[in-house]
Design a protein around this ligand. Structure first.
Ligand SMILES: [Zn+2]
Length: 525
């Protein structure tokens, strides 16, 4: 026997087996049982939430040979024929393939004739928003003066595209998206009937992957059965869907607590090797952070997750403010993922941001204590400064660039002396220096001799140094300070203009603590 897809095999045949649309079912049941029938219904909602299923149950309720009720017998030939899709007075049209006005006219010309065997002629028009304008006009005429034996059931995923004149003549029901909870309970039930074993976590993953659509959930389940056979395990579902083992994410958050960036990068590399979708990983990470936050706020709350122990532990390791910020970073990271050079890079940058930013409360005199975001001092914005690398040169080739020369000296007291001095003149291997008078304590014979030795070693020729005191000198150390200030300005403005930092400032009322910004550069010797 050929395999019948689950969505068809287990399509709910009555209102009480339909999941997740309690309000609509309640309203329709009341109308049917109290004989308050409308001639046109409009079901709206995203795909796979049960619009056409509901329409068919309604058609059965209207035409069941026993009577009109919210509980069609499911046993009479009308009920059976409707379930099998062969009832002559039920006309199902997919507007996506019948947009021509002629088809619509033919269809509606027929409406005036009495039903062949049923109580009502029921027209189910799916994706009704796809009808052309003239098709809508043709339909409107019938809707304005409907023959008493005609019922319209319109269904659409996009009600905004339906003319108001049509909508106003329909009784509208907004079908809700299925919750993951509803879906996993429903598919668990189906698997039980199919005698297939399953792990709860596996069904939770399928339910989430279906994004509110029962039809999608069931086709994933079809796939899973084909893939796994008589037993559906979490491991297989993860591998089938390329979804993510939440253990990875828990490990990432644990590494984050320990400020262990290396471990975080290792984990993301492992995830990459397993071809895990990083978009999904960020989605799941946001979900996980949300669960941890809930645990913090409502300590007694339970969650269905198999990770509840880890979640409880993480709830004690993060501050609520920090979780808020991490959540925002993850959401932003996901939003920008398509802009990243590749998903792994985008994912890693998001992890590094989580590592780099944490909120703190600024002690403030007024009651309005602003949340602010610090850049941790161990995370530096990299601004590279080229090293001044000089090879040993002949004294005759020395161009007088004292700053460059000093940068080549070994660190020590001789270098300090040189850094606080500027070169006045040099001739015949004699260097005349002016020492910043604020550093006159460096003007000692043995320091000067050490500098002479260093320069002698550098030029491979005997060098003599004369020192006098001076002020307002362009010493190497002053030049370096000016350069560093410039670098600092560039770094600060790079940070302040960063799109993400701007978002933090706007969304979190965050402040950047400029004193915590440190440009990274190669150490100058
Ligand atoms: Zn019946």
């Amino acid at each position: 026997m050929s395999y019948e897809v689950l969505a068809r095999k287990w399509r709910p045949k009555s209102f009480d087996t339909l999941v997740g649309q309690d309000n609509t079912v309640q309203a329709l049941s009341n109308a049917l049982d109290n004989d308050r029938l409308h001639h046109a219904y409009l079901f709206t909602g995203t795909r796979g939430v049960g619009k056409t299923t509901l329409a068919r149950i309604l058609a059965k309720s209207l035409n069941c040979e026993v009577n009109i009720s919210s509980k069609p017998c499911l046993d009479c030939s009308t009920c059976k024929d409707i379930d099998k899709g062969r009832f002559i007075d039920l006309i199902e049209v997919d507007a996506a393939s019948n947009t021509q006005v002629d088809n619509m006219r033919d269809l509606l010309d027929n409406a005036q004739y009495a039903p062949t065997s049923g109580r009502f002629k029921v027209y189910i028009i799916d994706e009704v928003h796809m009808l052309s304008k003239s098709a809508f006009n043709a339909m409107l005429k019938t809707l304005e003066e409907p023959p008493p034996h005609v019922k319209f059931i319109l269904a659409t995923t996009d009600p905004k595209k339906i003319p108001v004149t049509v909508i106003s003549r329909c009784l509208q029901f907004n079908l809700k998206q299925m919750t993951a909870d509803n879906i996993s309970r429903y598919i668990k039930d189906i698997l039980k009937k199919e005698e297939i074993n399953s792990e709860d976590e596996a069904l939770n993953i399928i339910a989430k992957a279906a994004h509110g659509s029962m039809r999608d959930a069931l086709s994933i389940l079809d796939q899973a059965i084909a893939y796994s056979g008589s037993s559906i395990s979490t491991k297989e579902i993860i591998s089938m869907l390329g979804t993510i083992d939440n253990i990875f994410l828990v490990s990432i958050l644990n590494a984050l607590v320990k400020n262990n960036g290396e471990e975080m990068m290792k984990l993301s590399a492992e995830m990459n090797e397993k071809s895990i979708s990083f978009d999904l990983a960020l989605e799941e990470l946001a979900r996980l952070i949300h669960k941890i936050s809930i645990k913090q706020i409502i300590p007694n709350s339970t969650n269905d997750s198999s990770l509840s122990e880890e979640i409880n532990k993480l709830a004690t390791l993060f501050t609520p403010e920090s979780l808020q910020l991490k959540y925002q970073i993850v959401i932003n990271g996901r939003k920008d993922l398509h802009l990243a050079p590749d998903p792994l890079t985008g994912f890693n940058m998001t992890l590094l941001r989580m590592l780099a930013f944490y909120p703190s409360i600024k002690p403030s005199n007024n009651s309005d204590s602003k949340k602010k975001v610090e850049l941790k001092s161990d995370v530096k914005i990299k601004v590279e400064v080229k090293d001044n690398i000089l090879d040993n040169i002949n004294i005759k080739d020395f161009d007088g660039d004292w700053i460059k020369l000093v940068s080549c000296l070994k660190i020590g007291i001789a270098k300090s002396l040189a850094q606080e001095s500027s070169l006045i003149s040099y001739k015949d291997n004699i260097f005349n220096l002016a020492l910043n008078e604020n550093f006159s304590h460096l003007n000692q014979n043995d320091y000067v001799e050490k500098l002479e030795d260093e320069l002698t070693e550098y030029f491979k020729e005997k060098i003599k140094v004369n020192i006098k005191l001076g002020n307002r000198l362009k010493t190497p150390s002053l030049q370096k300070k000016i350069k560093n200030d410039e670098l600092m300005k560039t770094t600060e403005s790079a940070i302040m203009n960063d799109k993400f930092v701007k978002e933090l400032i706007n969304d979190f009322d965050a402040e950047v603590i400029t004193s915590s910004i440190k440009p990274t550069k190669k150490k100058e010797n």
